[in-house]
Design a binder for this molecule. Structure first.
Ligand SMILES: [Zn+2]
Ligand SMILES: [Zn+2]
Length: 411
């Protein structure tokens, strides 16, 4: 069972607590639609992970078994400490390359596409990162760090970074200069001039101090979160693909094959160019979806937590075809909700179809992807999906889908 499945209740509970505390202590830290979108990105990332673990763990294990130069004993405590430091060092470079090389930015930009900063932002993870990150960690396999130790320290590094995505924790003094903390990671998510390409660390921030990329959070300049080429959408599928599309267009327009390939390895702003300036009139993305559509999406998202957690827990034990079917049900769920949140034309009809199809499948199947569920459980869950549809229609009739707008930063 994936250990991430165990962390999900802690994630959800801490998000609710942070949301409630933020209303007084950090107004504007949360937006429901943005928060749901960040969590959708997280689910999509985990779905992708169910199909790409051969890249993250498989190639590592194969390299360890065939090419390791030593064998570090996993029973020794210092091996774990060494592995954690080694992993965090590699993470620094994969993260830095994620900001400095187009091909890797295409994957990593997902994490920066929110214009809010809260615990949901931590879960806004890429679905394509596994394709490009794995070579950075192979040095650990060559050095003889056993795959089990590698897997555990990778998980520790990932989970550690969760708590730093908050505006509720102030500066922590000397700790801000040793560990990655909310203060120095807020800087990393900023689009202010002083924030760009700074504070890449995972657990330890001293890598940034060592390699000249560290900067302290400023008290006199509020961090403006997000990126200078904004996503402007709640669609997590598009959010994962849009930058690749842009790079592919640049590549196609290149005058030679060498330049067409080179574009993928240039910095995101272009070779020798500066990124576009931060907009003075910057406003955070918002859509014309009404309050009832947002509440509806939140309700369907809460329901999604159950099958998403189940999928994350058991995906690797499913047959390939079943895994694909389950993943498609969840992707349709997420994508349709993003359409509702964006108030796209036909979104209510598409969502109705989606809900009816999913509920019908749930009621008609004796078991749900290996989970034996009595009809006493399946029927109420299907009803909880179907009943809110009246709310989506009844209350949203006045909300005509209009082009998306952007909300004020002070919202
Ligand atoms: Zn980053
Ligand atoms: Zn982050």
């Amino acid at each position: 069972m994936s250990p991430i499945a165990y962390a999900i209740p802690i994630f959800m509970l801490s998000i609710v607590v942070e949301y409630l505390l933020s209303r007084r202590r950090a107004p504007g830290a949360y937006d429901i639609a943005d928060g749901i979108t960040s969590l959708h990105f997280g689910v999509l990332s985990q779905i992708a992970g169910a199909f790409t673990f051969f890249l993250t763990i498989g190639i590592y294990t194969w390299t360890f078994e065939h090419f390791r130069l030593a064998t570090l004993p996993q029973t020794e405590w210092w091996v774990w400490l060494f592995a954690l430091l080694f992993y965090d060092f590699c993470y620094y470079w994969v993260h830095r390359a994620g900001h400095e090389v187009n091909l890797l930015w295409g994957a990593h930009q997902v994490h920066h596409s929110s214009e809010y900063y809260n615990l949901t932002t931590a879960l806004r993870q890429t679905a394509t990162g596994a394709f490009t990150a794995w070579p950075f960690y192979l040095a650990m396999a060559l050095a003889g760090v056993p795959p089990f130790v590698f897997g555990v320290v990778a998980l520790i590094d990932l989970l550690y970074q969760y708590w730093v995505h908050t505006q509720l924790v102030p500066k922590l003094g000397v700790i801000d200069r040793i560990l990655v903390t909310p203060s120095n990671h807020r800087v990393h998510h900023g689009q202010n001039d002083y924030c760009l390409d700074r504070n890449y660390g995972g657990i330890f921030i001293f890598w940034d101090r060592l390699f000249g990329t560290f900067v302290d959070e400023r008290d006199d300049e509020p961090v403006v979160y997000g990126i200078r080429s904004p996503l402007g959408s709640y669609d997590p599928v598009w959010g994962n693909l849009n930058v690749y599309r842009d790079i592919a267009r640049q590549s196609r327009a290149a005058p030679s094959l060498a330049k067409a390939i080179g574009v993928w390895f240039e910095p995101p702003a272009g070779r020798g160019k500066k990124p576009p300036p931060m907009r003075e009139d910057f406003r955070r993305y918002d859509s014309s979806a009404g309050a009832s559509a947002r509440r509806y999406a939140l309700w369907q998202y809460v329901l999604l937590i159950a099958p998403a957690t189940h999928f994350i827990a058991i995906a690797r034990q499913l047959e390939w075809l079943e895994r694909v079917q389950y993943a498609l049900i969840l992707v349709a769920w997420i994508w349709s909700l993003s359409s509702v949140l964006e108030a796209r034309a036909q979104s209510r009809r598409v969502e109705t179809l989606r809900v009816v199809a999913t509920a019908s499948l749930l009621i008609s199947s004796a078991s749900w992807f290996g989970l034996a569920m009595d009809i006493i459980w399946r029927a109420p869950f299907a009803l909880l999906m179907l009943l809110p549809l009246w709310y989506l229609y009844r209350h949203d009739q006045a909300a005509t889908p209009t082009p998306s707008s952007r909300s004020s930063i002070s919202a």
